[in-house]
Write a protein that binds this ligand. Structure first.
Ligand code: OAD
Length: 244
């Protein structure tokens, strides 16, 4: 952390990209996917998070997402989400791009606006037949809802084996390439193409914030072994101070 803060003080980075994963929402009470207590310890991704799983048993998949939607509805953004929103507010949206693998919507609820949701958003549903999306979480329930056209709705998230939302990885790549500093917060760095973004760093430096090492650690110049809500506000304060 000290080395990162010193580098920030000297370099005064003003174009920032941030890549977040489930770990940034852990302190809001949302379980991560991998590791002790992670979702994939109790459920198998291929039974719940693939198009094939939905084809086989849409009600089961829908109920699982509804359970997660309810869990998320009872949570709030934490100090890390809030600090990143403040960073964007202070530096301007054109200088701060938040790329997230999370579907929980907490970055937007914290106030971030320039957010690229690589894996979609759990509060939206989308028609399995038309391009229609529906953004009214309270309309959903345990039963599999249907679109006005009669086709079942599915969660508007990216499942394993599916393409990312159109243009998302291109916009994310451009932000990483242009960044002076890339913060990599709370991701295990094993799911692609998100994890591959870190390799695109050009002139800037990457800093990982994660209590545990990951495969991305070796490509990051700095590794801060702390939780997101401990470390992120300090890093943001340093960035804002360095430019004043
Ligand atoms: P993972 O569950 O794979 O990894 C969470 C990471 O957060 C781990 O490296 C933890 O060490 C770290 N972590 C835990 N608590 C933390 C804290 N308080 N502060 C900071 N870091 C903490 O989550 P993702 O990397 O986001 O995809 O997973 C990537 C994708 O795999 C998800 O988007 C999801 C999943 O399958 C889809 O559903 C398509």
């Amino acid at each position: 952390m000290d080395q990162l803060l010193e580098w920030i003080r000297i370099s005064a980075p003003s174009r920032i990209a941030i890549l977040t994963g489930a770990g940034i929402s852990a302190e809001s009470g949302i379980p991560t996917f991998r590791g002790t207590g992670g979702l994939w310890e109790n459920w198998r991704p291929e039974e719940l998070a693939t198009p094939e799983a939905f084809g086989r048993d849409p009600e089961l998949v829908w109920r699982w997402y509804e359970w997660r939607r309810n869990l998320i509805a009872g949570t709030r953004p934490n100090a890390a989400h809030a600090a990143l929103a403040e960073l964007e507010q202070e530096l301007g949206s054109e200088r701060v791009t938040l790329i997230t693998q999370n579907v929980d919507g907490l970055h937007r609820r914290a106030g971030s606006q320039n957010v690229i949701e690589l894996h979609g958003n759990i509060t939206r549903a989308r028609c399995t037949s038309e391009a229609t999306t529906i953004d009214h979480p309270k309309l959903f329930g345990e039963a599999l809802p249907r679109c006005r056209c009669g086709a079942p709705l599915r969660p508007d998230v990216v499942w394993f084996g599916e393409a990312l939302p159109e243009g998302a990885i291109e916009r994310a790549s451009a932000a990483v390439i242009a960044a002076h500093l890339l913060l990599v917060i709370g991701t295990s760095g094993v799911v692609y193409p998100a994890a591959g973004l870190v390799q695109l760093m050009a002139a800037g430096e990457a800093a990982e914030i994660n209590p545990d090492p990951t495969p991305l650690t070796r490509v990051c110049r700095f590794a801060v072994r702390a939780t997101a809500s401990e470390a992120t506000p300090r890093v943001v304060r340093a960035i804002l101070k360095a430019r004043s």
